[in-house]
Design a protein around this ligand. Structure first.
Ligand SMILES: [Zn+2]
Length: 475
């Protein structure tokens, strides 16, 4: 399973590296630097997964375009939480809790909620500025792979290393849209769905379903309805509107339903207790999603070999599925068998070379192998990874580790500076960049990059840039 979420931030954002979402890194089993808001609840974390992200990107292109947004500029942020919530925020970020995806009955319901969120984005319904600013200043948002979340669930102590974004998202969650904005987002969302040849019915169904649950159970977990206040009048107005649309009766295609079932099964496998997964997907269900969910639950239970053997059965049927190879690599890697993880991750990379997270998995595995050839290969794959997601601080820190092991201190310090920069730790980034210049050839591209980091961080910190040359002489 993947790690970081690509938030290919616009340059302006990068400069303000406060940009909460640009700073996505990935937690390894080792804490990077415990931030003040570290917390123990692994259920409140930003997670990354190539398969889920790719699904959202591919499937929502029509509705995003119809909403007047550039699908390539919209980023999904997946929050590992059973709370039902979705939000949209500056820089075209749409946040979705895993719980919301899992509880949507159909793709149409999920896309309806996303369309509603696009209504907030295109309507410019910004959350209150001061709170957004505060959230944006949170220095570090760590994204975890689904597998890491699963591991933490097995070992409660590992919770401490899961650096939370809950404060940040807690802040965002606490923000409310106004009723007028909600109604406007409903209509904008319904229009976008119609324009994308989809029915707006899903959104209405979703509202009714959870409105009822919420009313009768006093369910506090339906955060969505706190941030997006829902009234009976509002639902019925939306219902009246969507019923009149020409595509009201359009339903999800079997193909779309099948893809959605895979995503739900995967999330259930990783997020739920294995017992719950086995209940939801009993052995009698021999569909692909059910078997996929059971492999993950079996792995989560610690039955590695059984999980691997079931996974091999799936791979026999779908030898070109990069996510199955990724899962296989992950299971081997997490059970300290990097030599076996390597060919699996290589296969996933071969099938999907532009996926930053898959490159990262392979790079990490090669570092674990530790010999010189593997380390050199690791560098190549990690460089590929940061080429596609240059703000992934975890990938940069892995790159630093590989360079260190190869005894290339200049490049190692520079990669560390990059990691710190994208983590928003300007002070450390500045000092690492200055340090790297000591080892780098003057005026090489790497040297110049180090100088850029010194300049950018100095300006951000409001202090005079230190030239590596000065430092060198002083030493
Ligand atoms: Zn809303």
């Amino acid at each position: 399973m993947g790690r970081p979420l690509s938030v290919n931030c616009p340059p302006a954002l990068r400069r303000a590296a406060t940009s909460l979402l640009c700073l996505m890194a990935v937690a390894s089993a080792v804490p990077v630097a415990a931030p003040a808001h570290a917390q123990d609840d692994p259920a409140q974390n930003v997670i990354r997964d190539t398969e889920v992200e790719q699904y959202l990107k591919d499937q929502t292109r029509p509705v995003l375009s119809a909403a007047g947004l550039d699908p390539d500029k919209v980023h999904y942020l997946l929050i590992a939480s059973d709370d039902l919530n979705a939000f949209s925020t500056f820089h075209l970020i749409i946040g979705l809790n895993t719980g919301l995806i899992m509880e949507a009955d159909t793709p149409n319901q999920l896309f309806g909620v996303i369309a509603h969120e696009t209504g907030h984005l295109s309507g410019g319904h910004m959350m209150r500025t001061d709170e957004v600013e505060r959230a944006a200043r949170m220095p570090m948002v760590v994204a975890l792979g689904l597998g890491i979340v699963a591991m933490a669930a097995r070992a409660p102590d590992a919770g401490a290393v899961l650096m939370g974004s809950s404060t940040t998202f807690g802040t965002l969650n606490a923000l409310h849209y106004m009723q007028t904005e909600e109604s406007a987002a409903d209509v904008a969302g319904a229009k976008a769905m119609e324009k994308a040849n989809m029915s707006g019915k899903g959104l209405v169904d979703f509202f009714y379903k959870f409105r009822n649950v919420e009313t009768f159970s006093h369910a506090e977990r339906y955060e969505f309805f706190r941030t997006h206040p829902l009234s009976r009048d509002r639902i019925s107005a939306l219902n009246d509107f969507v019923r009149k649309q020409p595509h009201y009766n359009v339903t999800d295609s079997p193909e779309s339903m099948a893809k959605f079932a895979i995503i739900k099964a995967k999330l259930a496998g990783f997020m739920n207790d294995p017992i719950k997964t086995f209940n939801m997907y009993p052995a009698s269900d021999t569909s692909y999603p059910a078997r996929y969910a059971r492999v993950i639950a079996t792995y989560k239970q610690g039955n590695w070999d059984k999980a691997l053997s079931q996974l091999d059965d799936l791979l026999k049927e779908q030898p070109d599925n990069p996510y199955l190879w990724e899962l296989k690599g992950q299971i081997y890697f997490e059970t300290a068998r990097p030599a076996l993880a390597k060919p699996a991750h290589e296969k996933s990379v071969e099938l999907m070379p532009t996926a930053a997270l898959l490159q990262l998995n392979l790079g990490q595995t090669l570092i674990a192998l530790g010999d010189k050839d593997s380390l050199n290969e690791a560098v190549q794959h990690l460089q590929e990874s940061v080429k596609y997601e240059e703000d992934d601080s975890f990938a940069w820190s892995q790159l630093a580790q590989a360079y260190d092991a190869l005894k290339q201190p200049g490049l190692a310090r520079l990669a560390t500076a990059e990691a710190q920069f994208y983590d928003g730790d300007y002070m450390s980034a500045r000092s690492s960049a200055v340090w790297s210049q000591k080892y780098l050839t003057a005026n090489s591209p790497e040297y110049r990059r180090a100088r850029d980091i010194v300049m950018a961080t100095s300006s951000e910190l409001g202090i005079a840039p230190v030239d590596g040359e000065t430092r060198r002489k002083r030493n």
